[in-house]
Design a protein around this ligand. Structure first.
Ligand SMILES: [Zn+2]
Length: 308
């Protein structure tokens, strides 16, 4: 049984115009670096399948899923929100990204993989039940979580989100689902300008001041996430793995470094060992400067797959 590495070439065909930060090169920058670091030697590669309408409709309304399908342009671009655009491959890529989370869930729950990392785009954590936004169309982790709960019958699943932006989409979909605990850290007063007041008791929102650095990030996780996770005893953990809080990434100002991503991954894996038989699925969210993105993902994956 090996860790799973899930991606798809369709994820590189989606693009939102020249100079858009959420660019196709992200996928190759990550896979190249994982290859160079030797980490892919320890993982089994899988092609992401297409998520079905039924799978997507566990996290989104069916009318929203069909609305996105209908917006896909035959050529050129279709604007979904000021930052979020579709080209003729976007719908396929979005189905692959959500399908990756479904496959990852199947592999990990059925003990065909120890853990899984999904190197996919578009990202998902800003996609709400009925709205795209922030470069996101379908909420990949939420689709995976509902698959774990509704199809595999798990009773308690945790989502942890360390992207520099608040996962408003995940909160919108999951805040009234008592089977889910969501723990997030994010930079305050940054897009999507939400998260300061949690929408449900199952939401642990840790807003961090700009420039507060790794020490404040680690304190937030230690003081707020870990006690809540230990009390909740998740049977499986999903990670919204965003790396745009890195100090070399101009999308945010938290000033995190690779060692912080390594540290938080270790905390998550220890919770997973205590409560969840080590079952963890990690899905790529943000991270927009290629070198720190690739290095941070490698630091994360090394601990995720136990190669540290
Ligand atoms: Zn982000």
């Amino acid at each position: 049984m090996l860790p799973a590495y899930i991606s798809h070439s369709d994820c590189v065909r989606h693009e939102m115009g020249e100079h858009h930060p959420e660019c196709p090169e992200r996928i190759g920058a990550i896979s190249d670096h994982l290859l160079i670091k030797g980490l892919l030697d320890y993982m089994r590669p899988y092609d992401a399948p297409l998520a079905s309408e039924e799978q997507l409709a566990r996290a989104h309304s069916l009318s929203y899923v069909r609305e996105i399908a209908n917006m896909a342009p035959g050529e050129g671009y279709a604007q979904v929100d000021p930052d979020t655009w579709m080209n003729s491959y976007t719908y396929l890529a979005a189905l692959r990204a959500a399908g990756a989370a479904v496959l990852a869930t199947d592999l990990v729950v059925q003990r065909k993989a120890t853990v899984a990392f999904c190197n996919v785009r578009p990202p998902g954590h800003h996609a709400e039940r009925n709205a795209a936004g922030g470069f996101c169309f379908f909420n990949n982790v939420a689709v995976g979580i509902r698959h774990a709960l509704d199809v595999h019958g798990l009773e308690r699943v945790a989502l942890v989100d360390f992207d520099v932006h608040h996962g408003n989409g995940s909160e919108d979909i999951l805040y009234d689902d008592v089977r889910v605990l969501m723990c997030s850290t994010f930079e305050k007063n940054l897009y999507p300008y939400r998260g300061s007041v949690p929408r449900g008791p199952n939401m642990i929102n840790v807003g961090l001041a700009p420039h507060s650095g790794g020490e404040a990030f680690r304190a937030g996780v230690t003081e707020h996430w870990l006690p809540a996770l230990d009390m909740f005893r998740p049977q499986m953990i999903f990670i919204s793995a965003g790396f745009d809080g890195h100090r070399e990434d101009d999308m945010g100002n938290l000033g995190l470094v690779e060692a912080d991503y390594e540290w938080v991954t270790r905390q998550i894996m220890q919770v997973a060992q205590r409560h969840a038989q080590g079952r963890v699925v990690s899905c790529l969210e943000g991270g927009y400067v290629m070198s720190p993105l690739a290095r941070s993902v490698a630091a994360h994956v090394k601990v995720l797959i136990g190669a540290d």
